[in-house]
Write a protein that binds this ligand. Structure first.
Ligand SMILES: *Cc1c(COP(=O)(O)O)cnc(C)c1O
Length: 382
């Protein structure tokens, strides 16, 4: 779907992508890096809910060299949209993965075990016209998720380099606590990552590019920058943790807006929405707005969220339903059908952020952003 053709004037609700904010965030991240450090932008989960294709086009136009996605399908989506930048797959190669598609689309997978490397190499050898493939070796330095044990790095490296058709494109690991005020674990991970590199050099190899930093790592210390950095959240303009706000100036890229579909007055004692979670304690004007939990508003925000209209915060009342929400519009009794309601983003002097929702729900902004899936069209603004 080419979102650029959408006529937002005729939408019930939509996600707005601010391309200038995205470009600004790329520049901000770049300003923290040495001139020869490259950016591998993490655009998994449909670009954290923003729309991976448009995000990719914008950031490549603004100098980003590499892309990373979680799955093969996400990589193919970018390739079929005509995006030719190098794409690393963060997920590992296993027998359930479409290895032939990886090769066909020249996606660059992650390898975490020698079994994965053998499987990949054998599959390529058996192709009609085998081609060399760039692969990325992942080490577990303390996250205890994907990756080869860092203490086995040299042996792993040696085994992969001896397999036909595999070219080692990079060596990487992932930080577990970079957004923590206490740097102890991160420093341990840096130390292990550096020792793994030294072991590979001692085994007689020249190191490929290395990378370790997520958004928090990038901001916290240039010791984790190496040759590539892997920002995700910061590209989209959110801070991994409040204490990192002073270090970089980011602008949120996503806004979510929806339309008023009906306005009415209810009388004292009237129940609102499923389960009558809210009962009017006075006569009040209410508005129905065309966005619900199927669009990405967490239902647990029922009776706990605010939206913005005409530059004012307005409370949502009752249970959030699949396709719509109800507002108490006592402050704006003359609200009109078709008016635009800001669900997330800025409206005049007020701003509602993914962090506001995350704090209310005890989760993180990453999860809020990824919640905005395909039903809402993306409207791209410059
Ligand atoms: C998701 C992810 C990132 C990006 O993390 P942010 O905290 O969003 O910047 C980087 N590296 C890996 C391996 C990831 O899975």
């Amino acid at each position: 779907m080419d979102d650029r053709t959408i006529d937002w004037e005729q939408q019930r609700a939509w996600v707005e992508i601010d391309r200038s904010a995205l470009a600004h965030n790329v520049r901000q991240i770049r300003s923290l890096l040495a001139p020869d450090t490259q950016i591998m932008a993490v655009i998994k989960a449909d670009g954290y809910g923003h729309g991976a294709i448009e995000v990719a086009r914008t950031i490549i136009a603004n100098g980003v060299e590499w892309l990373a996605v979680a799955t093969v399908t996400e990589g193919i989506e970018l390739r079929t949209a005509g995006i030719f930048a190098p794409i690393m797959i963060l997920g590992a190669v296993n027998s359930y993965v479409e290895i032939e598609a990886i090769v066909k689309w020249q996606l660059q997978p992650t390898l975490c075990t020698i079994d994965q490397a053998i499987l990949l190499s054998k599959t390529i050898v058996n192709l009609e016209s085998p081609l060399p493939l760039s692969v990325h070796l992942k080490l577990d330095t303390g996250m205890s998720r994907l990756g080869a044990d860092w203490q086995q790095a040299a042996a792993f490296y040696d085994e992969v380099s001896n397999l036909p058709y595999l070219q080692i494109g990079s060596l990487y690991s992932h930080l577990a606590t970079a957004d923590d005020i206490d740097p102890t674990v991160m420093e341990l991970q840096i130390d292990r990552f550096d020792r793994a590199q030294a072991a590979i050099v001692a085994a007689g190899y020249q190191l490929p590019p290395r990378h370790l930093a997520n958004s928090a790592g990038i901001v916290v210390t240039d010791r984790v920058h190496y040759q590539l950095v892997r920002p995700g959240l910061s590209l989209y303009g959110l801070y991994p943790a409040p204490h990192l706000k002073a270090a970089i100036d980011l602008q949120p890229v996503m806004s979510v807006r929806a339309r008023v579909s009906q306005v009415k007055v209810i009388t004292t004692g009237t129940g609102v929405s499923y389960g009558y979670r809210y009962i009017a304690d006075r006569d009040m004007p209410i508005a129905i707005v065309e966005i619900g939990y199927a669009d990405g508003i967490p239902r647990r925000l029922s009776d706990r969220m605010q939206v913005a209209i005409r530059g004012k915060l307005v409370p949502q009342i009752g249970t959030i339903t699949m396709d719509r929400i109800v507002l108490d519009i006592s402050q704006i009794p003359d609200l009109q059908v078709g008016e635009i309601v800001t669900i997330l983003g800025r409206d005049g002097a007020v701003e509602i952020t993914a962090d506001d929702w995350a704090n209310e729900l005890g989760t993180i902004s990453w999860e809020i952003l990824c919640g905005f899936k395909h039903r809402l069209p993306r409207v791209n603004r410059n």
